[in-house]
Write a protein that binds this ligand. Structure first.
Ligand SMILES: Nc1nc2c(c(=O)[nH]1)N[C@H]1C(S)=C(S)[C@@H](COP(=O)(O)O)O[C@H]1N2
Ligand SMILES: [Mo]
Length: 533
């Protein structure tokens, strides 16, 4: 490899910096202009969402297992680093061969525009922020290259570069070098600050323009015509540290592919029921408010939840039974699935009969007495007892297409997951925590178990490879909610594994066979390692 002089190396670092500053300008200008377009049209959002759509199941799984519900923050950091590295390379390329640099920037711009335009429900005009951002970035890159070329003209610099470098060209003596460096760093610094201000301004502007949070606060929910069945007094496990039976909204797990939460104005919301139906039905939000709503406690669980994981929550939902909407639409003979679609492009395939039976699958508008939180699907989502969320719990739902499993595929099914998702029987040890240390003697063990629609009839605990011992079940609220349990263990010194398994209402014992979450949910017995000393 050619040995670079220190000054060359210096200018290369500056060229890389110029690339990073220019990339920042692309994103910032697009963010600012994007405030006047849909939030999902900004480059950062569109790139990230496209990346998520192409995420293979193993990577999704890895991300959720490693970062949990911080997976989006991790994605943003990863994207930021990737963009910065690419920008460094493009900066150096532009410095050495301007035309090639321009091509590279235009290519990146085209990739961003393609990502924006392939988002669901994003019209062609939404390319404008990214196009203007790319042009602004190109302009800044050019402005930053000029002093660099002046600093030390690259031997192969084409004539127009030489012209731009102006009086500095060929006279890179100590004085002009200093001037060029100062010019470069001043321009880079000022541009970076301006980009920061533009990006922040864009964020503030778009949140002020789409103030869905205020609309949600102002929303008054109607009372249900059928209240939730009363919850028995003893549903909560007496063991301190077991999660609350009713999950507060703020602690409810969140899983979705939405990098920027869809912001839906209730006056614009409409649900279209179509496909294999006798009668297409559309309803607006007022129709929902005026309908005969019911309330019901339902435990939601995520298919990506690893054994022992926390991707499950129990809430009181207020909504309209979906079977009533389907009764109006009258599904045709042969239909066996409803493909529910979110405004953000996500979709879920739910067996038609599950939405028609008496389990009270609903179009929910309320969660624990409040309007749905924006991240949990405001203004309307689906809640279907007994199925994992990825095939049933569509948030920001706007469409129900009555169809057949043979004819249509849901979002995650296209990405290697199952097309159906009945929930597997699962016990979880909440207390003691993994790696806990405590003295020998009586220890309270407790946790949760779920097998929605079948119910939990027994939970057993095993210490190391000993006998299975029956735990005490807390009261059962219903078969569609989780059930808590407790157990007293006389702990002896040493390192121990505390395991649990549940039996569901059909008499089936939770399988020991370990399975990964892909394609239809994890299985196996949870095991918590503790040190008794
Ligand atoms: N629009 C939309 N709805 C969605 C998803 C999504 O990615 N987008 N994820 C589903 C999955 S995988 C689960 S487990 C549940 C989670 O609901 P929650 O975030 O309210 O807990 O939402 C479901 N609904
Ligand atoms: Mo999920």
């Amino acid at each position: 490899m050619e040995k670079l002089g220190s000054r060359t190396r210096g200018t290369h670092s500056m060229a890389a910096l110029a690339g990073v500053v220019s990339a920042g300008v692309v994103l910032a200008v697009a963010e600012l202009i994007g405030a006047f377009f849909t939030a999902r049209a900004t480059p950062f959002f569109a790139l990230g969402s496209t990346f998520i759509d192409f995420t293979p199941p193993w990577l999704k799984d890895f991300a959720i297992a490693t970062f949990g519900t911080n997976d989006k923050a991790a994605l943003f950091v990863g994207m930021g680093v990737t963009i910065a590295v690419l920008a460094c390379v493009l900066g150096i390329v532009a410095y050495r061969k301007w035309a090639l640099g321009v091509l590279g920037v235009l290519f990146m711009g085209a990739v961003i525009v393609a990502c924006v335009l392939t988002r669901a429900g994003v019209g062609p005009l939404n390319a404008i922020p990214s196009i203007l951002g790319t042009l602004a970035g190109l302009f800044v890159l050019r402005r930053l290259m000029v002093p660099l070329w002046g600093l030390k003209p690259w031997p192969e610099a084409p004539a127009d570069q030489a012209a731009d470098a102006g009086d500095h060209l060929g006279s890179a003596d100590a004085g002009t070098v200093g001037t060029s460096r100062r010019r470069f760093f001043a321009a880079a610094g000022i541009t970076a600050v301006a980009a920061g201000i533009a990006a922040t301004g864009g964020r503030l502007l778009s949140s002020a323009r789409n103030n869905v949070a205020q609309a949600r606060d102002a929303l008054r929910l109607p009372s249900p015509v059928k209240a939730a069945a009363p919850v028995p007094a003893g549903v909560q496990s007496p063991v301190p540290g077991v999660f609350p039976w009713l999950t507060p909204n703020s602690e409810f797990y969140r899983i979705d592919t939405a990098l920027s939460v869809p912001e839906i104005n209730v006056n614009d919301w409409e649900l279209r029921v179509h496909g294999m139906v006798e009668q297409e039905v559309t309803m607006n939000f007022q129709d929902l408010l005026d309908a005969e709503l019911i309330e019901s406690h339902v435990t939601l669980t995520c298919v990506s939840n690893p054994v022992g994981g926390k991707l499950a929550g129990n809430a009181k939902w207020l909504g309209l039974p979906i079977r009533e909407v389907l009764a109006k639409a009258k599904p045709k003979e042969g239909a066996d699935m409803v493909l529910s679609k979110s405004i953000d492009g996500f979709s879920a395939s739910t067996p038609l009969e599950v939405l028609q039976d008496d389990r009270d699958a609903m179009l929910a508008i309320g969660m624990n007495g409040e309007p749905l939180p924006v991240e949990h699907g405001y203004p309307v989502r689906m809640v279907v007892p007994g199925l994992y969320g990825f095939v049933s719990a569509t948030k920001w739902v706007v469409e129900l297409e009555v169809t057949r499993f043979a004819d249509a595929k849901a979002y995650w099914t296209e990405r290697g997951w199952s097309d159906r998702g009945p929930i597997k029987t699962m016990a979880r040890v909440d207390v003691p925590k993994s790696f806990a240390k405590f003295p020998p003697g009586k220890v309270a063990v407790g946790g949760t178990a779920w097998a929605q629609t079948r119910g939990i009839t027994k939970v057993e605990v095993q210490i190391d490879d000993g006998e299975w011992m029956e735990a005490t079940l807390s009261d059962e609220a219903s078969t569609i909610t989780w059930r808590q349990w407790s157990f007293e263990w006389d702990a002896t010194p040493g390192i121990h594994y505390v395991k649990a398994r549940a039996t569901d209402g059909t008499g089936e014992v939770q399988t020991e066979t370990r399975a990964d979450p892909v394609p239809d949910g994890a299985s196996g017995w949870p095991s918590v390692m503790v040190t008794v000393a």
